[in-house]
Design a protein around this ligand. Sequence first.
Ligand SMILES: C[S@@+](CC[C@H](N)C(=O)[O-])C[C@H]1O[C@@H](n2cnc3c(N)ncnc32)[C@H](O)[C@@H]1O
Length: 279
Amino acid sequence: MTTQNLAVAADRTLKAKHRAMWALGDYPTVAAEIVPDLGAILVDACRVGPGDRVLDVAAGSGNAAIPAAVAGASVVACDLTPELLAAGQAVAARRGVHLEWQPADAEALPYADGEFDTVLSCVGVMFAPHHRASARELLRVCRPGGTIGLLNWTPEGFIGQLFATMKQYVPPPPPGAQPPPLWGSEEHVRALLDDQVSDVATRRQTLTVDRFADPAGFRDYFKANYGPTAAAYAGLAGDPERVAALDRDLAELARRHDEGTGKTVMRWEYLLVTARKRG
Ligand SMILES: C[S@@+](CC[C@H](N)C(=O)[O-])C[C@H]1O[C@@H](n2cnc3c(N)ncnc32)[C@H](O)[C@@H]1O
């Protein structure tokens, strides 16, 4: 096998692993119960309106794609994980919202140059492992003068710290794969979008999460429903001591971020980015 063929095969294996990870648990429920506000926040920030042609990259079950379609845009929701697209398609059908659902890798989008007025991603493209490749694709499929909109968890915020905690319990990523929360750093995103955009606006904001009775409630919910957390536990099966240590660390993480009295209230920080593709 040539070096190039080996690289292609390794990438295919990595993406298959990521696809299986996001299909674990029940991400559509997390999107519906924990982060449903984020999609609409991103769609509003991008000023999506009637007639716009919008691509939601790493759309999952349509957290941003569905509000964009409700705003009157013509929307394509694409994602690596067909199970999540199918869940979104069922939600959209129930609500009578029309959009297209297509499997796609953010690092090799199956769309023409400049095909979309707005290209957005809500806590999505940050999980594709090769940041420069996916940034290049977001820019390529956006028309000159069009909008790029991103909403990414920050490294310092709660979900960034969740990944930092889980890192000690999962196998190291393959060489070249970059950590998802880096996309939540202003400097990193500006460097990725580079001189191909103008009018870059970044804002750090927080999502209030108050649906858990206590820190252990957060941990048990994520363990059951959030693919990356479910995958971390699956990899520890047969090692009760490590499972107990991860149990302790995740509850402790939520306790450190808990601002509530009587029930757990957390503020999860994200970076909201909008930019205009240069003409
Ligand atoms: C946290 S979910 C976000 C989904 C949705 N945007 C939302 O706001 O609920 C992350 C998504 O990234 C997708 N994903 C991960 N790697 C990807 C890749 N290389 N290409 C496309 N999608 C990817 C996963 O399948 C998953 O749907």
